[in-house]
Ligand binder design. Structure first.
Ligand code: PBG
Length: 305
């Protein structure tokens, strides 16, 4: 494993001088843009070459309008980070759940029902991706698991002159309880219903996952992803064997929280377990690992040199 294969996710908030702890993710924070730049500089000194951005908007509304606003929080963050560190690879998560008042990943058809208006959702994802590309994102990462999202985004990027901006598809994203702490961090838990209408059934077999990944690749994904990682190592392996595309694995918030909670109690050796986890995800076949422990892992790697 090399530090350059790690991706560090960040949560960005409006304001100045902010570094707010996320309770269910000890050691993780919500940063204001100025603090984010400081933080990313530190990460980059450790050898981290990629970051993944999530935003918490000033105001949430029915259509998640800050997601695709030119001066939305993630666009601001991209511009600031790119100005400070032009070579750093910036990946922007494309979804609406952090921005909608109901917490769903798309536009809903009627109040209090988790039924998604797909055409409208795809239109907003495309607008969001173009806004992030214009701000300077190198990669956009649609995480909503909506049918046709990669194609819609690819087309919009091309039309707007962003052929070079890549797409990392959250191709195999399960409706997992391991995302709990993230929803705290992004304040994005669905107000009603759940995400089983668009995310994959955690109990589903390989046939379904291979279909999802194949569809993303056909639609133009440059990188595919399996998420979460640890309970799905077999899926990572299967996807790696069947497809010849760079493969990312997302070691998600709940996986991080379990490790940190046990470590805080003194019940496990955190550093050793961290190495075992990263090695396992790697061995399963991931080329890229998205982890909230990216800095810690980079430090361990650097200490070995
Ligand atoms: C947004 C999104 C989620 C995560 C990444 N992008 C939350 C969700 O789908 O509920 C989860 C990441 C994590 O748990 O670390 N759609």
């Amino acid at each position: 494993m090399k530090a350059q294969d790690l991706v560090m996710p960040y949560f960005v908030v409006h304001g100045k001088g902010l570094k707010k702890p996320i309770l269910s993710m000890p050691g993780s924070y919500r940063f204001s843009v100025d603090q984010l730049v400081f933080e990313v500089r530190q990460a980059s000194k450790l050898g981290i070459k990629s970051i993944l951005l999530f935003g918490i908007p000033k105001k949430k509304d029915l259509l998640g309008s800050e997601a695709y606003a030119e001066d939305g929080i993630v666009s601001r963050a991209i511009r600031a980070v790119k100005k400070a560190l032009p070579k750093l690879q910036v990946i922007a998560d494309v979804c609406l759940c952090e921005y909608t008042s109901h917490g769903h990943c798309g536009v809903i058809k009627s109040p209090n029902k988790a039924e998604i208006n797909l055409p409208k959702t795809l239109e907003l994802y495309a607008a969001e991706a173009v806004v992030y590309a214009r701000a300077g994102a190198d990669i956009v990462a649609p995480s909503g698991m909506m049918k046709g999202q990669v194609a819609a985004i690819r087309e919009a990027l091309n039309i707007n002159g962003f052929k070079k901006v890549k797409i990392m598809g959250y191709s195999a994203k399960y409706a997992s309880a391991f995302y709990g702490p993230f929803r705290d961090a992004a304040d994005s838990a669905p107000a009603f219903g759940d995400r089983t209408g668009y995310q994959m059934n955690p109990a589903s077999g390989y046939k379904e996952v291979l279909k999802e990944v194949a569809a993303d690749i056909k639609e133009g994904a440059d990188i595919v992803m399996v998420k979460p990682a640890l309970a799905y190592l077999d899926v990572i392996r299967e996807v790696k064997r069947k497809f010849n595309k760079p493969l990312a694995a997302y070691n998600v918030s709940g996986e991080y929280a379990m490790l940190k909670a046990a470590a805080a109690k003194g019940w496990i050796d955190e550093a050793k377990i961290t190495v075992e986890i990263i090695n396992a995800i790697r061995r399963a076949g991931a080329d890229i690992i998205i982890t909230y422990q990216a800095k810690e892992v980079a430090k361990i790697i650097n200490a070995r040199k």
